[in-house]
Design a protein around this ligand. Structure first.
Ligand code: SAJ
Length: 434
């Protein structure tokens, strides 16, 4: 039976991280039978007890571990053979040299196709961010290896993950989606299936490569947008303007793309996906002008912040700085590609003692050389730096913190503090783009 008229009832999700876990729950809560697979046995063990291994404050979800339609495993054969549809949500990072690291997707796609029953019509959907052509190339390679025919023994599709961890209203059951497929009927059917798990709906966009490219474009554009406001945070102060005043004014224009400057761009998407675009251009014999420059600007921000902090400290050597926040964005404890790591490494290199506080980040996730403290109140320091705009940081008792800050200087690395309120309390307020 081919998959066009196959009912999708059983769904396997490969990779149960910040995207795979909420996606699994969204499918379960929409009535599907879900088999979640992760290669990390700790993750499998925790999830089987209903415990999440993720620190994301917006995850108000309950893990339905006692449901008869919920199973967690690390066995590919069990996951794939019992499913009509297999969704792959594993990471796609970059190597040290910033070239795409497809090893996780390769492994997941190969292990999935290896376990597809011939003539089953199992639908394989990749969600991880790749550049156009990767999904089809990996699937065809594995189909050949296991003597299976794509389009007959199994179907192939791509639906990019757009979940924004830590952001309210951007969960797997709310974001709008797209899907591309090698087969139009399968694509239309998948748009319906995904439409059941998210209130944002799902649009069939045609070939797989269109959907792959859309995701890559979305995130590359976001990196470029953020790079521009980061550049403004360097240029406008040189003519005496506060970047936030200018952005606030510009925001009154109906189609101005408001973004915020900061000490850098972290996470596993925005700083990574542009390198997939850059690689695609290189492979296709063209060249991106705008994306490398945007990456250079965004990657310069942690060091730019340190230069400002050193000036404010009249030299960094021997000074003590209290840094509030370590994860790459507010509301979660994910420290992948966090620019704060680069900033505090640079401060330490300059002889500064850095004490760091982040209530979302597990102790084990801090670099071993980090001095992470349990309570910022009462901590003696020369200066305070806001590095991640967690609500827990913004709502601290800043009057009490000022008592232990010898210079009375606060550096707002995310321009998230209320400048007039901080100055009213007695802080000397500085920050990115001031
Ligand atoms: N950032 C700025 N200024 C801004 C916005 C973000 O400096 O105006 C920084 C953040 O501090 C963070 C980084 O950029 O360090 C990334 O922030 P993000 O809001 O883009 O959050 P992400 O990395 O979680 O991006 C997710 C992505 N989701 C997935 O790919 C699974 C991405 O698809 C979305 O484009 C993005 O959310 C979104 O649009 O919210």
């Amino acid at each position: 039976m081919t998959s066009e008229n196959k009912d999708i009832e059983n769904v396997a999700i490969i990779g149960l991280g910040y995207v795979g876990l909420p996606t699994s729950i969204a499918f379960h809560d929409s009535g599907f039978r879900v088999t979640g697979l992760d290669v990390d046995v700790n993750v499998v063990e925790k999830l089987s007890r209903g415990i999440s291994h993720l620190s994301d404050s917006t995850i108000g979800w309950d893990i339905p571990y006692q449901s008869s339609r919920w199973k967690i495993t690390s066995d590919y054969e069990e996951a794939v053979k019992s499913s009509d549809m297999v969704v792959i949500t594993v990471p796609t990072p970059t190597h040290e040299d910033k070239t795409p690291d497809l090893s996780f997707v390769e492994m997941a796609m190969d292990s999935t196709i290896k376990n597809v029953k011939s003539r089953s019509g199992t639908i394989v959907v990749l969600e991880s961010t790749v550049f156009p052509g990767v999904t089809r190339m990996l699937a065809e390679r594995s189909a050949k290896k296991y003597d299976l025919v794509m389009g007959e023994d199994f179907q192939l599709a791509y639906s990019p993950e757009r979940v924004s961890p830590g952001d309210i209203g951007k969960s797997a059951s709310q974001v709008a989606r797209i899907v591309g497929s090698i087969d139009e009927k399968v694509g239309m059917m998948l748009a319906e299936v995904y439409g059941k798990i998210t209130s944002g709906g799902c649009t069939y966009v045609g070939e797989i490569e269109v959907a792959e490219a859309a995701k890559m474009v979305e995130n590359t554009q976001r990196d470029i947008d953020i790079a521009f406001v980061n550049e403004l945070s360097k240029t406008l102060p040189s003519i005496g303007l506060d970047v936030m005043d200018v952005l606030k004014a510009a925001r009154t224009k109906w189609n101005f793309h408001y973004h915020e400057p900061g000490i850098g761009v972290g996470g596993h998407c925005i700083p990574v996906d542009p390198y997939y675009y850059i690689e695609l251009c290189r492979k296709s014999g063209t060249k991106s002008e705008i994306s490398p420059v945007s990456r250079m600007i965004n990657e310069s921000m942690p060091i730019f912040a340190v230069e400002k902090i050193k000036d404010l400290l009249n030299g960094a050597k021997g000074k003590e700085v209290l840094v509030l926040g370590y994860s790459y964005k507010p509301g979660l404890g994910d420290s992948r590609e966090t620019p704060v790591k680069i900033m505090i490494e640079e401060l330490e290199k300059n002889g500064t003692r850095v004490m760091i506080w982040d209530p979302f980040v597990e102790d084990a996730d801090f670099p071993e050389w980090c001095e992470n403290i349990d309570n910022p109140i009462g901590t003696e320091c020369d200066m305070v730096v806001l590095a991640t705009a967690h609500d827990d940081c913004l709502s601290l008792d800043w009057v009490r913190i000022l008592k232990n800050c010898r210079s009375g200087v606060v550096f707002d690395g995310r321009r998230a503090l209320d400048r007039s309120e901080m100055e009213r309390i007695g802080w000397k307020y500085h920050g990115i783009g001031v």
